[in-house]
Design a protein around this ligand. Structure first.
Ligand SMILES: *Cc1c(COP(=O)(O)O)cnc(C)c1O
Length: 346
């Protein structure tokens, strides 16, 4: 372990943490994809393999968030997300594992009446893990909804702990500070020089943690988030502000450079959770070239951005780039019709 990795690890040790994930996750080459695209060698950091209820990026955040909840003496976890939220599913599983109740508010951001979207995929798993789910209409003030649920639970003697959407606050972002240190150490062991790291960015905790972690490591890895919801300026501001808060919390005293926060939001399509042709093609391509599964809302759009930017020469001159696989394949079962496959009958 180099000094920089040790320093970041030491900064993280100050915080309570419960082990929930199978870490380190593998860092593997995608050689058939690299050959197909003819650009830099592409690697995948397998955070879809964190192990918790089919895995995903929320597991790393929950290691720190759930430890806070337990420390606060909570008996009930409240969180929120879109109907097919991967965050809600991983939170439900973590709560089950720790013997806590879990209440999830699901915001109907797409207006879909499709039974698969509303009851299969992540929604099925939320309920299998014993979480209580309740729906809210799209555009509802979900933070206010969680607060009023917490007040209600408190009045009946419960001790609720609220986890924000996506687990994205300075506590959750520590999980991705940890990922930055973990991946850096892996690359050192494999004698691999990583030039760039690309991933889907939504509620911003993943990217903010990576920005803070890479800054703390003194790393020159070029980090690029592919947006799935907000326009670029808004996304970058969200990431930058949370990265600064995370660095303050971490207490390493390293300044976050605003130019290290980069989001490309050209792959959102018509909106959050709405399929695009680029996502469909990218997702099918990886399923067939690498045997890997991605999701329609986040990692599939992230892949679309990765592939398109490789083709446009964005990574020209770079040798090794890593796609952070943030998980989400459980959501595929919430959207079975969108791939228009011959075997699927509505
Ligand atoms: C939540 C999520 C993301 C985005 O992570 P944020 O920290 O919310 O930006 C990316 N991919 C998947 C599969 C997710 O569930």
């Amino acid at each position: 372990m180099t000094d920089d990795v040790a320093l970041v690890r030491r900064a993280l040790e100050k915080f309570p943490r419960i082990s929930l994930g199978h870490l380190p996750t593998p860092l593997e080459p995608m050689d058939r994809l690299s050959e197909e695209l003819g650009g830099p060698r592409i690697w995948v950091k397998r955070d879809d393999c964190t192990g918790l209820s089919s895995g995903g990026n929320k597991t790393r955040k929950l290691e720190f968030l759930m430890a806070e909840a337990v420390k606060a003496g909570a008996d009930t976890i409240i969180t929120q997300g879109a109907t097919q939220s991967n965050h809600a599913r991983q939170t439900a599983a973590a709560a089950a594992l720790l013997g806590l109740e879990c209440q999830i508010l699901l915001e109907d951001r797409t207006g879909s009446n499709d039974p698969s979207y509303n009851f299969n995929g992540n929604v099925l798993l939320d309920q299998l893990h014993g979480a209580t789910i309740a729906k809210r209409t799209g555009g509802a003030d979900m933070n206010a909804e969680m607060e009023s649920l917490a007040t209600l639970l408190q009045s009946s003697g419960r001790r609720p702990y609220i986890i924000p959407g996506g687990g994205s606050n300075r506590v959750g972002a520590l999980g991705y500070v940890n990922c930055a240190a973990e991946m850096t150490e892996q690359a050192q062991v494999q004698d691999l020089k990583i030039d760039a790291l690309i991933h889907a960015t939504g509620s911003s905790g993943t990217q903010a943690g990576l920005v803070a972690g890479l800054a703390g490591l003194g790393s020159d890895i070029h980090l690029l988030g592919i947006g799935v919801r907000a326009p670029r300026e808004k996304q970058e501001t969200m990431v930058y502000e949370l990265a600064c808060k995370t660095m303050d919390y971490l207490g390493m005293g390293v300044e976050i450079d605003r130019t290290s926060v980069r989001a490309n939001c050209d792959y959102v399509g018509a909106g959050y959770g709405l399929p695009t042709d680029g996502m469909r093609n990218a997702l099918k391509m990886l399923a067939r070239l690498e045997g890997l599964l991605f999701d329609p809302v986040y990692s599939g759009k992230g892949l679309d951005g990765l592939i398109d930017q490789i083709r446009k020469g964005y990574f020209d001159g770079m040798e090794n780039i890593v796609f952070l696989h943030t998980g989400g394949s459980a959501a595929l079962f919430g959207y079975p019709e969108i791939f228009d496959l011959p075997g699927y009958q509505q």
